[in-house]
Design a protein around this ligand. Structure first.
Ligand code: 6GU
Length: 277
């Protein structure tokens, strides 16, 4: 059977609008992709017809009675390699249809995924994701059919599926109408090259401490400055590599300076308090 399966069923796929971003995933574990994307913002984006995810299983394109998709590596060594035949057939079906398609292979050898790259993918219109298992995919197929190779970080997963789900989640939530509050995507970590500021909710006083008073002041300009300052400060403390790549305006430089001076003063205080006499 050379059929595709829809992630959340025919009924919903038929309801997909013309503007929906379409993502086709070639994978030996379609249920892994589908289960990952059922809940929350991205599940809802699919229900709203903003995103359509389709899976294609290379095993359905195998030509022998055992439905073989892998073979021993040429040159010997451990593990198996995904063979060209069934994978190419599945990929061709996944790439089929109107308009340009970008084909991405998920692997630890790829270029590291960033929010900028996610935003570029999210502008669509179509993406085909190829998930490897075992030791990987025959290099000749990658050279022939793949436009780019993407990694989600410097660690090894047992296959590309979770990486594909990560990528689809990040893309899905950026689709127009996916987030209930349109501003929340703009306020995300990384969207301006900085980490996010801390967040608080009620109760404003509690055993674990009080909410910073400025957030209760109703002074929107002061709240905006405080959040900006915290975002800058955290990025400076935790991810100086991000800060080094971010162009700061005069106000941001001043706020970061303030944060650093306060941080250093607090640190000097702590050190004075713990110094033996
Ligand atoms: Cl995209 N695939 C696999 N298998 N492992 C990874 C990865 C991708 N990104 C980081 N580790």
């Amino acid at each position: 059977m050379h059929g595709a399966s829809w992630s959340i069923g025919i009924r919903i796929f038929e309801g997909v609008g013309k503007g929906a971003m379409r993502i086709d995933v070639v994978t030996l574990f379609p249920e892994l992709i589908e289960n990952c994307l059922r809940s929350g913002v991205v599940g809802r984006a699919q229900e709203r017809g903003l995103l359509a995810v389709r899976t294609w299983n290379p095993r359905d394109f195998a030509t022998d009675s055992h439905r073989t998709v892998d073979d021993r590596p040429c040159g010997g060594g451990p593990g198996m390699v995904m063979m060209i035949g069934p994978l190419q057939a599945a990929l061709e079906r996944a790439q089929d249809g109107d308009g340009p398609v970008r084909t991405v292979y998920l692997s630890p050898q790829g270029v590291r995924l960033t929010q900028a790259k996610v935003a570029q993918f999210a502008r669509g219109p179509r993406l085909v994701l190829l998930c490897g298992r075992y030791e990987g995919v025959d290099e000749r197929l990658l050279a022939h059919a793949v436009d780019e190779e993407v990694s989600i970080g410097d660690y090894v997963l047992s296959g590309g599926e979770l990486a594909a789900a990560v990528l689809i989640d990040a893309i899905g939530r950026l689709q127009d109408g996916a987030l209930n509050d349109a501003q929340s995507a703009e306020q995300d970590s990384f969207s301006d090259g900085l980490l996010d500021c801390p967040h608080y909710t009620r109760p404003v006083r509690g055993a674990l401490g009080d909410v910073p008073p400025v957030l209760l002041s109703g002074d929107h300009a002061a709240i905006r400055r405080w959040r900006r300052k915290q975002a800058l400060g955290r990025t400076w403390l935790r991810r100086p590599d991000l800060l080094a790549r971010t162009e700061l305006d005069a106000e941001s430089r001043r706020l970061l300076d303030e944060f650093r001076r306060e941080h250093e003063a607090a640190r000097d205080q702590t050190e004075a308090g713990t110094r033996p006499d």
